[in-house]
Design a protein around this ligand. Structure first.
Ligand code: BES
Ligand code: MN
Ligand code: ZN
Length: 497
């Protein structure tokens, strides 16, 4: 898809020969008197176009407008969230006529946040999955032009938004692929492809290397699968080398059967989405390569399948993690925390400024927060606040959950240092408490995206979340020059990898 930004008043938009013209109108009167502004004002007066964001009025060949189809879309108060609602509704309505070129014009001046929101929403509404269709329906919308009062002032925001879209779409693409078209090996190849982008590097470890590192927990999950595991290390360097990086860790279970603690058959297909954390990390790096902010970021992706097999782990097995802690596996379906704990131990060698892991970790988080907000757990208030803020700014929201030590009680066992599950109560929190044991002393946050990473039902598919949230956090951090050089005193290994 081709995105462009243009300086376009509503008067100029009337002469634009696109297939469909979407006019984003905020509540309140516009001072302009051109044909489009007058249409909007009339529709408002008659009550046909309400003030509520998301209301769309479709017109066919209205007089003195070049585009054959015009959609007046209300964006309410004009704030980013309302712009998103309006654009989603308008693009969905426009798609019915299969337009090739769509122009979206703001009927009133907008700011960077409003434009970003419009671009990301328009891309969201027009995404089409094709990877495993024999006759891929081409994405009908080929070109999307965004008309604003002053394009020069918004060019940077537009570039960021377009890069974010590329990241979100890469994440959706890999997340939507079924398990046999998205193996750990294929995921690693996708990561390696990203290394062609400027300032980006990728290294991939296999079973032997992972074993040698002592990643007994990660190896244990992978041992029941015929597909070899991969440990992906991505590095983006946008700041001086000695600046401490943000480390992102993404859960990459390409399919989760539950293992011996087998999942029920209904909806098990959705467990192909169990690598959405990994996909979001790939998406973030795709965007970083475009935007090139002054920050250092490391991406770690432990990826494997969780399968049932003669060699698979069994309930009661005790394994030794990279940290040295022994773990009793009471439920083989709690595999995400097992692959993440070793990745968190590995993160230490980068002397990270912060570590954020992203995982479709628990069904309990879906019960707690549904599909609206991701669960946020953090050992550090400043990091929690920054992530909450980034979620609001990108409309990719999260909600802070507790980490009281009392929640860890149920993880105690007689046979190892820790068990991999506690009881049913507070399942999202006890999972986070398990991870926290491996998060070392760096500021750490955990995003449980089990409810937000994909949609079920008729609109089944990946959402690309939380790429928007993570990018918003990283770009803000780069802007604030937050990533000051940190003395590398805590270095345990002679060489950073
Ligand atoms: N990938 C699942 C979590 C999940 C389940 C996400 C359903 C979205 C929808 C994870 O590996 C898992 O199976 N977790 C278990 C943990 C339990 C055994 C303590 C769960 O949530 O049931
Ligand atoms: Mn599982
Ligand atoms: Zn899982």
């Amino acid at each position: 898809m081709d995105f462009q930004i243009k300086t376009l008043s509503t008067a100029q938009a009337a002469t634009d020969k696109c297939d469909a013209l979407i006019v984003l109108a905020a509540a309140g009167a516009s001072p302009s008197k051109d044909v489009i502004a007058t249409l909007v004002a009339d529709a408002r007066k008659s009550g046909d176009l309400g003030d509520k964001a998301g209301k769309v009025l479709a017109l066919y060949r209205p007089a003195r407008i070049a585009a054959p189809r015009v959609l007046l879309a209300s964006v309410g108060d004009g704030k980013p969230a309302s712009v998103r609602t309006g654009v989603l509704a308008a693009v969905a309505a426009a798609k019915a006529a299969d337009p090739k070129r769509v122009a979206i014009v703001f009927a009133q001046p907008t700011d960077a946040a409003g434009l970003r929101s419009a671009v990301i929403a328009a891309a969201d509404a027009s995404y089409v999955y094709t990877a495993t269709k024999s006759k891929p329906e081409p994405r009908s919308i080929r070109q999307l032009d965004f008309g604003v009062a002053d394009s020069a002032a918004l060019r940077e925001a537009f570039g960021e938004a377009a890069a974010t879209v590329a990241g979100i779409e890469l994440a959706k693409e890999w997340a939507n692929r079924p398990g046999n078209h998205c193996t750990p090996t294929m995921l690693a190849e996708a990561a390696q492809k990203l290394a062609a982008l400027p300032q980006l590097k990728c290294e991939v470890l296999g079973p032997k290397e992972v074993q040698k590192l002592g990643m007994g927990a990660f190896s244990a999950v992978a041992q029941g699968s015929a597909e070899p595991l991969r440990f992906i290390v991505l590095r983006y360097q946008g700041a001086p080398k000695d600046e401490a990086p943000v480390v992102l860790v993404g859960k990459g279970i390409t399919f989760d059967t539950g293992g011996v603690s087998l999942k029920p058959a209904a909806e098990m297909d959705e467990m192909k989405f169990d690598m959405c954390g990994a996909a979001s990390v790939l998406g973030v790096f795709r965007a970083l390569g475009d935007i090139r902010p002054s920050i250092n970021v490391v991406g770690l992706i432990p990826t494997c399948e969780n399968m049932n097999d003669g060699r698979a782990i069994k309930p009661g097995d005790v394994i030794t993690s990279m940290s040295g802690q022994t773990i009793e596996i009471l439920n083989t379906d709690a595999e995400g925390r097992l692959i993440l704990c070793d990745a968190l131990s590995y993160a230490r060698r980068f002397d990270p400024a912060v570590v954020v892991d992203i995982a479709t970790l628990t069904g309990a988080c879906v019960v707690a927060l549904g599909g609206v907000r991701s669960g946020l757990f953090a050992s550090d208030d400043a990091l929690a606040d920054a992530l909450l803020e980034a979620g609001e700014a990108s409309q990719d929201r999260c909600w802070r959950m507790p980490l009281d030590d009392d929640y860890a009680e149920g993880l105690k066992t007689n046979f190892a240092d820790v068990a991999n599950v506690a009881g049913r109560a507070g399942g999202a929190v006890t999972a986070a408490k398990f991870l926290q044991r491996f998060a070392g002393d760096f500021p750490w946050a955990h995003l449980d995206i089990a409810g937000t990473a994909w949609k079920s039902g008729a609109a089944k598919g990946a959402t690309g979340r939380p790429v928007g949230l993570l990018l918003s956090y990283l770009l803000e951090r780069a802007r604030q020059g937050d990533a000051r050089p940190v003395p590398r005193k805590a270095r345990r290994h002679a060489k950073a990898r």
